[in-house]
Design a protein around this ligand. Structure first.
Ligand SMILES: Nc1ncnc2c1ncn2[C@@H]1O[C@H](COP(=O)(O)OP(=O)(O)OP(=O)(O)O)[C@@H](O)[C@H]1O
Ligand SMILES: [Mg+2]
Length: 388
């Protein structure tokens, strides 16, 4: 914007940072000249104001830059400044989060944070307005933290690990971020790394400030060590089962039988010819089960779309949102993740990838005592312990 040297720009920045509010002439003079005032500061200020008005003229509807005792107001409509829109979206997002709707909150936080491009008011890098600019940056960081909190509540901590890691590096003293990173890592089955975050934070605080981490961070740390289930995401039931689209008829007897078998068997395979209704029955059974038996959820792994012989573990990893761990194969990562979990896996349509499904099921039976598998397949898997 061609408004001349730094002084008129400081004036504009001072007004822009408080859109719609009167900024007193005292304050403006202080911002623009500090201790080095011209002989007639108010006159000089008026001169700059008219220069600004000329620049703003093309954007004018009504008077943009208005005198109103004891100062000046920059008139902007609510939807004209992205900073205002940002504040509105963040307020709405926080509101949704506070009433237990983290999904909607995340959508709104995303919309708010998407309004940011680079650093705020980077073209006004003057000491006089730095404090205000820092305040804007702080709002952004707070919104990012609240968005991450909502993601953690949704059980989507693994999706924010990378972002959190970068934030913790950038703001190493910000304890809330460190606590969030610990929870996100723990929720992704990365307990050792979660504990390392705590160790780093504590070392820094003790060395540099001689203080221990704050109580909230210590609580997260204690819960990590105790495998406290409250660290698991609250709220939404953990499942990716589709909603039922059409009515399910008959099959009462079979349903009861499956229910009985599932009490004891850890691997149950529904077999039958194509189209007889195996997949449908498995979904009905899974949806009707007593979820308290599976605190870590009920997860459908649809193997139908796989080409023959493709890695079943990838489908499972995607369904469970498990990431491949450094130095491990995806198979190992999945088993590692499931080792300590209590959940039901529905492996649907195994016949396409019978060998790979059987290997995975055998691995699960051997290593993951809390995992129950309900499989559907035209042929049974042939795994030790399988009920058909
Ligand atoms: N009891 C039922 N009530 C209503 N619809 C059913 C029932 N059982 C199956 N269906 C429907 O019949 C169709 C075929 O069933 P499904 O896909 O479950 O068969 P399948 O045995 O898994 O077949 P495939 O071996 O080819 O995988 C689906 O559209 C399913 O919704
Ligand atoms: Mg099927």
């Amino acid at each position: 914007m061609p408004i001349g040297g730094p002084k008129p720009r400081v004036l504009l920045a001072s007004l822009l940072l408080r859109p719609g509010s009167v900024v007193s002439t005292d304050r403006l003079v202080e911002a623009v000249w500090g201790g080095a005032r011209p002989p007639d500061p108010l006159g000089a200020l008026r001169a700059y104001v008219s220069r600004l008005r000329a620049v703003l003229a093309p954007l004018q509807h009504g008077e943009r830059l208005r005198y109103q005792a004891p100062g000046y107001v920059l008139a902007v409509a609510d939807d004209e400044l992205d900073a205002t829109e940002f504040a509105r979206l963040v307020a709405e997002a926080r509101d949704r989060a506070s009433v237990g709707d983290p999904g909607r909150a995340v959508t709104l936080f995303d919309a708010a944070l998407a309004l940011w491009r680079g650093d705020p008011l980077a073209e006004f890098d003057f000491a006089q307005v730095n404090a205000d600019i820092a305040r804007l940056a702080d709002l952004r960081l707070g919104a990012s933290e609240d968005r991450i909190e909502a993601m953690l509540h949704l059980g989507r901590g693994h999706e924010v690990v990378t972002e959190l890691d970068a934030l913790v590096r950038r703001f190493p003293g910000r304890e809330r971020l460190a606590a969030q990173l610990m929870r996100a890592l723990y929720g992704s089955g990365r307990q050792a790394e979660a504990l390392a975050v705590y160790r780093d934070l504590r070392r820094r605080l003790v060395d540099e400030l001689g203080v221990e981490p704050s109580e909230p961070v210590r609580t997260v740390h204690r819960r990590l060590l105790e495998h406290d289930p409250t660290l698991a995401p609250a709220g939404e039931p953990a499942t990716n089962l589709p909603r039922r689209a059409t009515a399910f008829v008959g099959r009462d007897q079979e349903m009861r039988r499956i229910d009985t078998l599932m009490r004891d068997a850890r691997l149950l395979t529904l077999t039958g010819v194509g189209g007889v209704g195996k997949s449908r029955m498995a979904l009905e059974v899974a949806a009707a089960l007593d979820r308290s038996r599976f605190p870590d959820g009920v997860w459908l792994c649809e193997l139908d779309p796989l080409a023959d012989g493709s890695p079943v573990s990838h489908v499972v990893a995607t369904a469970l949102r498990v990431r491949q761990r450094h130095g491990s194969t995806i198979e190992q990562s999945v088993i590692e993740y499931l080792r300590s979990r209590k959940l039901l896996l529905v492996l649907d349509n195994c016949e396409h990838v019978l060998d790979a499904s059987a290997r995975l099921a055998a691995d699960l039976m051997a290593n993951c005592p809390g995992v129950v598998v309900l499989a559907t397949s035209r042929e049974f898997l042939g795994v030790h312990g399988e009920q058909v």
